[in-house]
Design a protein around this ligand. Structure first.
Ligand SMILES: *[C@@H]1O[C@H](CO)[C@@H](O)[C@H](O)[C@H]1NC(C)=O
Ligand SMILES: *[C@@H]1O[C@H](CO)[C@@H](O)[C@H](O)[C@H]1NC(C)=O
Ligand SMILES: *[C@@H]1O[C@H](CO)[C@@H](O)[C@H](O)[C@H]1NC(C)=O
Ligand SMILES: *[C@@H]1O[C@H](CO)[C@@H](O)[C@H](O)[C@H]1NC(C)=O
Ligand SMILES: *[C@@H]1O[C@H](CO)[C@@H](O)[C@H](O)[C@H]1NC(C)=O
Length: 343
């Protein structure tokens, strides 16, 4: 009996001893043990995260993302990015998601005006016609390299904003390499969750007038010897619109048809992306279109403004030198609707 008591006492002593005497060596052992165990648990967690996301195209972004805010709709996750730009820090907005977009359009279809409207939004950066430079669209690898740089917020233009951009994009003309690599670009857009805004013009005859006038001004430089494609005052607009182009009526029907086919092909090629189709005419006559665009980009609605002024206003007959011929050529055809002043 006495022995058992002694034993129990000894046991009690042994159990208590680390607490009481806690030598530096044993504390170190406990510390090392808990560190090793902690690292082990962390590595298991990361492995699980990796396994969960391995099959999605997002693995890097998903692991790097800051915590999702509770209100984010999970169906939106493929469209949300948390870029880590090389050129600056996103500071207090590092946790705000960024959406990617591309405006697919054709020259003289209102894309310059549309971009100034978008850029008046505090959270939007639309970086202009970046593929206007040929070397950026030479081949698909330079196209993708350029896209990566833009979408990582590392493309510096006057419209690139600060750390709080929530939507980042640019405008891309259909004749700038886009139609040569549709498959690769659609894959890229879908992998990255890029939203596409088609900005098209219904009235291709008005577009043609604008193309011819703009092309004339490249040499004529009507405004103080400077060529401009967009103006900011009614005086400038009326000076520019005094020039009336002569339209080649022998190729007119074919030219209009070609423009329509190009637009239609683009709609087909990029139909598999998340997209919306916007017509310049609707943007002009229906202010709620801009709200639809903001909803599509999932940015807070704001009043969007632009200083640009429309150059060719009113009836087309006022803007075409050989109007009688043009009217004769299109009257009674499916393009007759283009002759009417639609806005
Ligand atoms: C693609 O174009 C870039 C720039 O024009 C050039 O430097 C590069 O060598 C080209 N790559 C291929 C694979 O042709
Ligand atoms: C928009 O920008 C403002 C100011 O820069 C910022 O406070 C806000 O969080 C941004 N909104 C979004 C949705 O990122
Ligand atoms: C008008 O179009 C026709 C047919 O395409 C072409 O042969 C002719 O050279 C064009 N005329 C002018 C002045 O460009
Ligand atoms: C785009 O796809 C939808 C659904 O598959 C189809 O109904 C529509 O006709 C397509 N549009 C074009 C322009 O190909
Ligand atoms: C176009 O031509 C038709 C037929 O000659 C004529 O009735 C119509 O008034 C013309 N339209 C305009 C806007 O000149």
């Amino acid at each position: 009996m006495a022995e058992t008591i002694v034993f129990l006492n000894k046991d009690a002593l042994i159990i208590k001893s680390p607490k009481k005497s806690s030598s530096p060596v044993s504390r170190l052992i406990v510390l090392i043990f808990s560190m090793v165990f902690g690292v082990y648990i962390c590595s298991i967690c990361f492995k699980q995260i990796n396994i969960q996301t391995k099959n999605t195209f997002l693995d890097i972004e998903v692991i790097q993302r800051p915590c999702y805010k509770a209100f984010i709709d999970r169906s939106q996750i493929p469209f949300l990015h948390y870029p880590n730009p090389k050129t600056f820090k996103r500071l207090e907005c590092v946790g705000n998601p960024v959406r990617l977009f591309a405006i697919l359009s054709m020259q003289r279809s209102g894309s310059g005006w549309f971009e100034t409207l978008l850029n008046s939004h505090i959270n939007v950066s639309s970086n202009g016609e970046i593929f206007g430079q040929k070397f950026r669209r030479n081949n698909i690898s330079s196209i993708i390299k350029t896209l990566d740089s833009v979408y990582n917020l590392d493309w510096l233009t006057s419209s690139s904003k600060n750390e709080c951009s929530a939507a980042i994009g640019f405008k891309w003309m259909l004749n700038q390499g886009l139609m040569e690599h549709p498959k690769e670009i659609v894959d890229y857009f879908n992998d990255k969750g890029v939203s596409v805004i088609f900005l098209l013009r219904r009235n291709m005859l008005r577009r043609l007038v604008s193309i011819l006038a703009n092309s004339y001004d490249k040499d004529a430089r009507i405004l103080n010897g400077i060529h401009v494609s967009h103006v900011h005052s009614h005086e400038e607009a009326s000076k520019l619109s005094k020039y009336k182009p002569t339209i080649n009526t022998s190729s007119l029907t074919l030219d209009l048809r070609e423009m329509e086919v190009t637009a239609m092909k683009a709609l087909q090629f990029f139909n598999g992306t998340r997209h919306m189709v916007l017509y310049y005419e609707d943007l002009f006559t229906n202010p709620s279109k801009l709200e639809q665009v903001q909803d599509f980009l999932k940015i807070p609605r704001m009043e969007l403004t632009s200083r640009q002024v429309k150059i060719h206003k009113g009836a087309l007959s006022e803007h075409i030198m050989n109007w009688v011929d043009v009217n004769k050529t299109l009257y009674g055809t499916s393009y007759e609707k283009f002759l009417q002043a639609d806005y």
